[in-house]
Design a protein around this ligand. Sequence first.
Ligand code: SF4
Length: 366
Amino acid sequence: MSRMQASKPIFTPEEARGIRRNALAWYDKYARALPWRADRPDPYHVWLSEIMLQQTTVPAVQNYFRRFIALWPDVHALAAAPESAVLKEWAGLGYYARARNLHKCARVVCACEEYQGRFPDNEAALLALPGIGPYTAAAIAAIAFERPAVVIDGNIERILARLRAIETPLPAGKKEIRKAGESLMSAQKHRPGAFAQALMDLGTSVCRPRGPLCMSCPLQDLCAGARKGIQNDLPRREKKAPKPERAGEVFFVFDGQGRILLHRRAGKGLLASMIALPSRGWDGSGVNDMDPGRLSVRDVTPVPGAEIRHVFTHFALRLIPYSGRLDPRRALPDGFFWAEITKLEDAGLPGLFRKAVPLIRDMDSG
Ligand code: SF4
């Protein structure tokens, strides 16, 4: 790709009109039925779904969304809930700062004299709320309030790179993709929310990351990537350095009566305020919670052949499990408590510690 081609990512007005027309016609036929979509979308539903969808796929989000709406049907109900209840329902969805910010945001929207429980209808005001970044503000403004906004999620990024044949590898290529998105969406007054969602759906079912279905694509005639035959390779990405690995130990402390020791983590740092198995180590991440000696845990031994692996945004973690016993009559330090092993799924454990549940069940029944 020459520099000249790469520096001109914008669509002509005629191309932009063609893409909008074709994408909207396709969307009217093939839009996915999603629980937060409606003819007149509820801004609370749109906001909740967009926060849940950050770094998370639609299939993973749908049941969480339904449960949240059943428990907290409007923003006032969510704002009135204790943070611990919100974190518990969020457990397993990952990126827990989102849940804390979600709750904060609900409280701000309800407490604010100006908003009184109604979400603001423009990007700048949305951006000022907790947990709402530029992408989310644009998506809510477009989908909930029909404001022209440049909405570029991962799916739309891929479609734009292919439509304009942008070959500059990401992340540097994001600038050109942004320009392409601006030329397509910033003046979009006709159904901006439907257009953004049309591109999201096209990215999921037609312009897929691998094996785009160009023959079924309503944008094929306008796609420079397909014309050049390079669509499969786009967007290009710079090679990422492998994630650093951290290590630690996790403790399965049994009381001999079908229960295991859990605790609520400190309010700061990774997995802040989440329910967890006691652990230690993690190489300087500031999460050294557990001292088995201080708790008088007996018979601490490694669980033969077991380890738990989990990947966070910035590092990969390997935890070596240890088992031990603790007399249930002993007083527990603040934040520690016993949980029924048969009900561990309902304890609100995050994904990392959920991975230990089958192992714990085996050991308890063995
Ligand atoms: Fe994607 Fe192919 Fe459609 Fe281009 S023609 S937008 S590469 S599916």
